[in-house]
Ligand binder design. Structure first.
Ligand SMILES: *Cc1c(COP(=O)(O)O)cnc(C)c1O
Length: 404
């Protein structure tokens, strides 16, 4: 594979090969061009980078540790397992890395109002948090079903001063929340920035979000070189829209010896509308601004999806992942709900770490792979977030009882 893959993509039109691009109503073309221009200026502005790095250190708590999971490694009996601890970030997931980058950009562009979509609520909380910190107005769109599933995060957003708008359309989950956010943006372009939460959507969002999240991989690379004096053999990350995975993978793209494994939500199994594994039965299409793999029926209607984890429950995958899969640089598999629940409990009991259900999908795949690898092999699993938000849901699923 040539170095073109890592260095020069997306191209000037936001394409990763046949994927990506900018498929939006005419009214959004200008604001997206403006955002693109300002982002690329900021990216090369040392003052912007200095400010970003200040808040990542002082507010988010970076760098996050690369932790050797000794008991999990012993239990599985194969490769040595390291966890990249994004769960230890302020607000509990990797989302804050991107929310912080984008609000600094919004400030630079003179915007005073923030909008965002959210599924599980983690991106909503991250956006509400940075909006509070910079004194900006904040409106979060969230599917009405997700509001019920993730009550804790709804209250967190409200406490942080954000307005949470429950979206009643369609399946009442993430896809509908994105539609509402885009509608708001079109109407309020002058003072509003839309903080999109994953490596998805119209150009420049996929490249911009990836670059704000690549700090995960940049740190992990330096940390493993320091601890083990060599590169890892495998990286494993869960893939919703794809931001935590691409953030970890990107700085390793040129290191051909490093296997990249993305894990999608297998839900109840790979049957129509029972899962959210876009690379299992998805096909090429356009959804919400970009061209990628999408779960759609033969008429191009978006199919409904299912996952135990709201953060992976989306019908499309980020365009750069579609490209990495077509280029055979990364492989994509899935974990079903039951595997994720088992991994969730295992990590809690063996390591004293309660992971987000999303991250538990990555741990589940690690439980499949590690035993088949030699004891001197190295795996890094991205622990994208912590499981506080999922405690009630998992307690009900695994039938934990209150002490009497
Ligand atoms: C949102 C979320 C995800 C999925 O989003 P990506 O953009 O694919 O990373 C994964 N893990 C956690 C903890 C999340 O909050």
């Amino acid at each position: 594979m040539s170095s073109v893959l890592a260095e020069n993509l997306p191209d000037a039109t936001g394409h990763f090969g046949p994927f990506g691009g900018r498929y939006v109503p005419e009214t959004l073309m200008h604001p997206l061009q403006e955002l693109e221009a300002e982002y690329f200026r900021a990216q090369h502005d040392p003052e912007f980078q200095r400010e970003l790095s200040y808040y990542l250190t002082e507010f988010v708590g970076r760098p996050s540790p690369l932790y050797f999971a000794e008991r999990l490694t012993k239990e599985l009996g194969g490769a040595k397992i390291y966890l990249k601890r994004e769960d230890l970030n302020h607000t509990g997931a990797h989302k804050i890395n991107n929310a912080l980058g984008q609000i600094l950009l919004a400030k630079r562009m003179g915007k005073t109002r923030i909008i965002a979509e959210t599924g599980a609520g983690q991106h909503g909380v991250a956006s509400a948090t940075v909006a509070a910190m910079f004194g900006m107005k904040c409106v979060i769109y969230m599917g009405a079903v997700d509001c019920q599933r993730q009550e804790l995060n709804v209250y967190r957003m409200k406490m942080l001063g954000a307005e949470v708008v429950p979206v009643q359309a369609g399946q009442k989950t993430l896809k509908e929340a994105v539609n509402e956010a885009m509608r708001d943006w079109v109407t309020n372009l002058r003072n509003t920035h839309y903080i999109l939460g994953t490596a998805y959507g119209a150009h420049p969002y996929p490249v911009m979000v990836r670059n704000f999240q690549r700090i995960i991989g940049d740190e992990a690379r330096a940390q493993i070189l320091e601890k083990e004096k060599r590169l890892p053999d495998m990286l494993i990350a869960c893939v919703g829209g794809g931001s935590n995975a691409i953030g970890l993978f990107y700085p390793f793209l040129e290191d051909k010896s490093v296997k990249l494994v993305g894990v999608e939500a297998g839900g109840l199994g790979i049957k129509p509308e029972q899962h959210a594994a876009r690379f299992q039965g998805g096909s090429l299409g356009v959804l919400q601004g970009t061209r990628s793999y999408i779960l759609q029926d033969e008429f191009g209607q978006i199919q409904s999806t299912h996952s135990v984890s709201a953060g992976l429950d989306y019908a499309a995958v980020g365009p750069e992942h579609a490209w990495l899969r077509d280029a055979s640089r990364a492989e994509y598999t899935y974990a079903i709900d039951d595997q994720a629940l088992e991994a969730f409990m295992k990590l809690a009991r063996l390591e004293g770490i309660i992971p987000a259900l999303e991250s538990a999908h990555a741990v589940a795949e690690c439980m499949v792979r590690a035993p088949k690898m030699s004891k001197d092999a190295l795996i890094i699993v991205n622990l994208s977030g912590r499981g506080d938000k999922d405690v009630a849901q998992v307690a009900a699923k695994v039938k934990l009882e209150m002490p009497k």
